[in-house]
Design a protein. Structure first.
Lengths: 110, 164
């Protein structure tokens, strides 16, 4: 095996998984705040849910308990229900307003 | 080997996530999200979550993303018309988000013991373990979840009717 320029640890530290989760979550939050397409905003929410799931699984592995896996299973189920209802709402909004821009669907704003 | 796999799929996940945010067309974003979910499934396998890795691929990358792509096709959603040039909003949001990422990463790096390493195969949660936990100690939440899904189905049907 060729010598790498930086020394890699032989095993992945737990903190790397947590840092990856933080990066994915912040990316999702950035998309949620900055994007204007309602479907993309919705996908960014799914990305944040995935980032949290990674934390659950990482701590489940660290504590050697199955509860983290069960929690992330529940998160997935709730995400599926949320996706079904959310996409139905998007369909209704598009039918009534003919737009997918969140800025143009702001009649509830003060 | 673990480290190489982790670095490979973590960089794929981060790259796809950034691509998701930067793309203007929803279909490109959806494909990037599928990339994120696929690489996260590999990371779940590295962490021993065999059941969750399978569910991630079947439910998330399969069912939910098909729903997304279906809606994008149905609405014929094109690229965002005006590019997001809200300078003030971006100027406020990005430093705050970078601060959040920095603080989170710093906490994760300093608050976990240096000896905590993820050893592949040290712990596996297959369908047997997860199923035993769901149907014994988490039975009530599981049943409540089924009611939640029933309500979600009803809500989706009501919302997607013609006359609203």
């Amino acid at each position: 095996m060729p010598q790498l320029p930086i020394a890699l640890p032989s095993q992945v530290p737990l903190s790397w998984y947590l840092i990856l989760s933080v990066i994915l979550f912040v990316t999702g939050a950035a998309g949620f705040l900055l994007r204007r397409n309602i479907i993309t905003v919705f996908m960014c929410i799914e990305l944040m849910l995935n980032a949290v799931n990674l934390t659950f699984i990482a701590f489940s592995h660290k504590l050697k308990q199955v509860d983290g896996n069960v929690f992330s299973f529940f998160v997935m189920v709730v995400a599926a229900a949320e996706a079904a209802v959310g996409l139905a709402i998007i369909l209704t909004v598009f039918k009534n307003r003919s737009t997918l821009e969140v800025d143009e669907v702001s009649s509830m704003k003060l | 080997m673990d480290v190489v796999l982790f670095l490979l799929f973590a960089s794929v996940a981060v790259g796809c996530a950034i691509n998701l945010v930067l793309q203007t067309h929803p279909i490109s974003s959806a494909l990037s999200l599928i990339g994120v979910m696929g690489s996260l499934a590999v990371l779940y396998l590295l962490l021993g979550g065999e059941f969750i890795a399978a569910v991630q691929l079947i439910v998330y990358a399969g069912a939910i993303m098909v729903l997304f792509v279906f809606v994008i096709m149905l609405l014929n959603a094109g690229a965002e018309k005006r590019p997001t040039r809200k300078v003030l909003r971006t100027a406020v949001a990005l430093p705050l988000l970078f601060t959040l990422a920095g603080v989170g990463a710093w906490l994760a790096a300093t608050q976990t013991p240096k000896t905590d390493a993820v050893k592949f195969g040290a712990y596996t949660a297959g369908p047997a373990e997860v199923g035993r936990a769901i149907f014994t100690s988490y039975l009530l939440p599981f049943e409540v979840t089924s009611i939640l899904i029933l309500i979600a189905i009803l809500g989706a049907i009501v919302l997607a009717r013609k006359e609203i």
